[in-house]
Design a protein around this ligand. Structure first.
Ligand SMILES: [Mn+2]
Length: 427
């Protein structure tokens, strides 16, 4: 119940998840120049600019992070990662991969069943890319001989707002009800096959398995891999596939792809927001989508109870200036009682970290969120001075340099003390 839903973490609502931050849009976390003046890029693969193959030829390749807004750490493109004028360009995905995908989808048996899937606890990019392709394929289903077309993701079929209003949600079926043996399966924004949960086996056994993704860590676990770590969102690759299939780009398809793009670029704020991202957005907007409404739903809408809850939690933010060798730690927490008092589900506080991250005096931000009595999920963010993934890994979680998380038990004070210790150790 929150307008912050794009930020819903993979672990939201599922209890303790050490992989709160497992979902990493490429480019989102390109990090920044910090006090030392050094430039740190999470990866430096990207920035290819050139003629090339449309929107997937873009971007700053990077390991990114999780969710909307979360990733808006300072952004400074690493010089080594940017495209120098005249730098050689490399097509990604390779033309052969695109050709193989198009050929496979054009060669489906008559009456074929196609199953689309995205990662567990899907975010805007996962859902938007999947449903955009679903709607696009539906337009040309007759031509491709597709008679059964379904979209799904692992776990319970629950869509946090505002994603429940995406065009194409009628394509969604619970994983258990989806075709157990589709003729083709296309998966979106899935960095590793484990992120497909109970659907992983279906991808392994389907005659045509296509992976559409932009995570730098993607090992290429599909039969056909349309993966570009330089793309700001999976939706850029999704559009590349639709375009090659000559599927029409109407406003419904475009809205899905736009939601995906806007969420994975943090509303076009992250370093992954290249000229090609804006060009792609322009083409999507040109279809007539209501950008103002979509943006408001995505980024600027939350229930009154959540607004008040944020106020309460923000008001008790603590600044520990001495932490992390003086870089500072700002932290706050929310309890189950807070949620109950304001009538909010745990997912309502996903974006609270973005508010805490605003604290100018601290490099590190932390929010302790309740799961159940004595169980917590802890979000950590850094503006660049501290590798918070080391803290999170040390405490049983994971993530990336500037956005990480872990599950914890015990008291808030105890959890903060353990973070304080690690910050000292890693300082
Ligand atoms: Mn993504």
């Amino acid at each position: 119940m929150t307008g912050l839903a794009p930020g819903t973490s993979p672990g939201a609502g599922t209890g303790l998840s050490p992989v709160e931050v497992a979902e990493v849009p490429a480019g989102a976390m390109k990090s920044g120049v910090v006090k030392s003046g050094t430039v740190k890029a999470v990866t430096g693969d990207g920035g290819r600019v050139g003629p090339g193959d449309g929107p997937s030829d873009t971007g700053d390749g990077a390991l990114g992070m999780v969710r909307v807004g979360v990733e808006a750490v300072s952004v400074e493109v690493a010089p080594g990662g940017t495209a120098a004028a005249g730098a050689p360009t490399r097509e990604r995905p390779a033309r052969e991969e695109w050709d193989a995908a198009v050929r496979a989808l054009r060669s489906l048996p008559t009456g074929a069943s196609v199953l689309l899937a995205c990662h567990v606890n899907p975010d805007g990019d996962a859902l938007g890319s999947m449903l955009g392709v679903g709607l696009g394929l539906r337009h040309i289903a007759g031509e491709l001989g597709i008679s059964r077309l379904e979209a799904t993701f692992p776990g319970p079929l629950e869509l946090p707002p505002p994603f429940d209003r995406l065009p194409g949600v009628e394509l969604l079926v619970p994983a258990g009800a989806a075709d157990p043996a589709p003729d083709a399966m296309i998966v979106f924004d899935v960095a590793s096959i484990e992120r497909l949960g109970e659907l992983a086996e279906r991808l392994r056994t389907t005659p045509v398995g296509i992976v559409v993704d932009h995570h730098a860590s993607n090992p290429g676990f599909g039969g056909i891999n349309l993966v570009d770590p330089g793309a700001a969102a999976t939706s850029m690759l999704a559009e590349g596939l639709l375009r090659r299939l000559a599927a029409p780009l109407d406003a419904q398809v475009a809205e899905c792809l736009y939601v995906a793009l806007a969420t994975d670029t943090g509303s076009f704020k992250f370093a992954s927001t290249t000229p090609a991202v804006h060009e792609f957005a322009a083409r999507l907007i040109a279809t007539g989508i209501a950008v103002g409404d979509v943006s408001r739903r995505l980024f600027d809408t939350r229930p009154l109870g959540a607004v008040r809850l944020f106020g309460v939690a923000q008001a008790r933010t603590v600044l520990e200036q001495d932490c992390a060798d003086g870089l500072g730690l700002a932290w706050t927490y929310v309890t189950l009682d807070d949620l109950a008092e304001h009538g909010q589900p745990p997912a309502a506080v996903e974006a609270l970290i973005d508010a805490v991250r605003c604290v100018e005096e601290a490099d590190v931000a932390c929010v302790v969120k309740p799961v159940r009595p004595d169980e917590w999920l802890v979000s950590l963010r850094s503006k660049g001075g501290v590798d918070v993934s080391r803290v999170a890994v040390d405490l049983g979680g994971g993530g990336h340099r500037f956005a990480a998380g872990f599950g914890a038990r015990g008291s808030v004070a105890g959890i903060i003390a353990s973070i304080r210790d690690r910050l000292r150790a890693s300082g």
